[in-house]
Design a protein around this ligand. Structure first.
Ligand SMILES: NC(=O)c1ccc[n+]([C@@H]2O[C@H](COP(=O)([O-])OP(=O)(O)OC[C@H]3O[C@@H](n4cnc5c(N)ncnc54)[C@H](OP(=O)(O)O)[C@@H]3O)[C@@H](O)[C@H]2O)c1
Length: 326
């Protein structure tokens, strides 16, 4: 089968198409024909081994391969069609249209993908194309995780810093559905699309420092690495919640003291990406509460261009690789 592979860490040009063995499902696995996969920030960070927060580097390098990548096929989030199932699988049948997460197995940048049936894989929303569905799991699961943790009440004032990315666009829509008044921070090119999915107030970070706006918030969700912890905490109302998507070690330590010794809470927990949460997102999509914002769709041959688009941050929403388009 055809797959997008990389054999060394580096620029987007290390990605290329190769013929590799088609995987064969074990008894508890399903074989999925991949239709589309999101090109994520995480794929780019792992390919180049440059991370916004430095503490990731060492544990990840051991996990992913010290000198060269152990897993040659990237891609953590996909949509596709079940091709065959192992003999113990009862949850899926050939022909089922699904979307989900490969967790740290990666492998979605390929024609076929084999995953245990216990992974977070659920029926694709009928109202969505495969491309739109592949743009959901990363952003949707992380956003739902953090917005649930934020315990948003109707009328709460919520600020999302870095709202124009994969996670932020879903966090904004979910916070609005929970009844919040939402302020967002991102670059000006994203204002129109963010307002169209519900943003009440917009800060262009290149012109305005939201920490000096004089506003206070019940919830701040911060996706921007190296943001000032103390400036964000100062904007919180008593009882406010600060959620950090990209924490530094110092943020993690300070969040313990904030939560223990003040009325405010700071947390940075990673999303568990549970099946129940993806089903919840599917239900929200089907009633029209949330949708994916797809920026551009690339063919597998254009994967280097897709990664460049993710890295240069000119995109409005999610970049998707259409695996059927080669
Ligand atoms: N905690 C977790 O479980 C978890 C899981 C997945 C990912 N993450 C991390 O969370 C971060 C967000 O993920 P994502 O996939 O949503 O990333 P993304 O798609 O790259 O979104 C980040 C957004 O932040 C904007 N931005 C950059 N600098 C900014 C600034 N100074 N102020 C305000 N906005 C700014 C970017 O816009 P520009 O175009 O202007 O740069 C972009 O729209 C990533 O760094 C990722 O590694 C955390």
């Amino acid at each position: 089968m055809k797959a997008i592979v990389y054999s060394e860490y580096g620029s987007p040009d290390v990605l290329h198409i190769e013929d590799i063995d088609k995987p064969v499902p074990e008894d508890n696995e399903i074989l999925i024909r991949v239709c589309a996969a999101e090109a994520t920030k995480a794929d780019c960070e792992i390919r180049s081994f440059h991370f916004a927060v430095i503490w990731f580097w060492l544990p990840f390098r051991f996990a992913m391969g010290l000198l060269k990548p152990k897993k040659k096929v990237l891609g953590g989030y996909f949509s596709g069609v079940v091709e065959t199932v192992g003999k113990n699988v009862t949850k899926f049948k050939p022909g089922n249209q699904v979307f989900g997460s490969t967790q740290i197995k990666f492998g979605a940048y390929a024609e076929y993908l084999c995953l245990p049936d216990s992974f977070t894989i659920v029926p694709k929303p009928k109202s969505m194309s495969f491309v739109e569905a592949a743009a959901v799991p990363l952003g949707g699961l992380n956003a739902l995780h953090f917005m649930t943790k934020a315990n948003i009440q109707k009328g709460d004032k919520v600020l999302i810093n870095g709202a124009g990315g994969s996670i932020g666009t879903f966090a904004l829509q979910i916070a609005k559905a929970m009844g919040a008044e939402v302020s967002v921070v991102d670059s000006s090119i994203k204002e129109e699309v963010l307002r169209s999915i519900g943003a009440d107030h917009f800060f262009d970070y290149s012109k305005e420092d939201f920490t000096k706006s004089g506003q206070s918030y019940d919830v701040i969700f911060n996706m921007v690495a190296r943001s000032s912890y103390s400036k964000c905490i100062k904007l919180l109302k008593p009882g406010g919640r600060y959620l950090i998507g990209n924490p530094r070690v110092s943020d993690m330590l300070r969040s313990f003291f904030t939560s223990k010794f003040t009325s405010q809470t700071a947390s940075f927990a990673f999303a568990g990406e549970k099946e129940q949460e993806l089903l919840e997102l599917k239900a929200m999509i089907e009633v029209g509460t949330i949708k994916s914002i797809v920026d551009k769709v690339y063919s597998p041959e254009q994967v280097a261009e897709a990664h460049r688009r993710v890295e240069t941050e000119q995109r409005l929403g999610v970049v998707v690789i259409n695996m059927e388009n080669s």
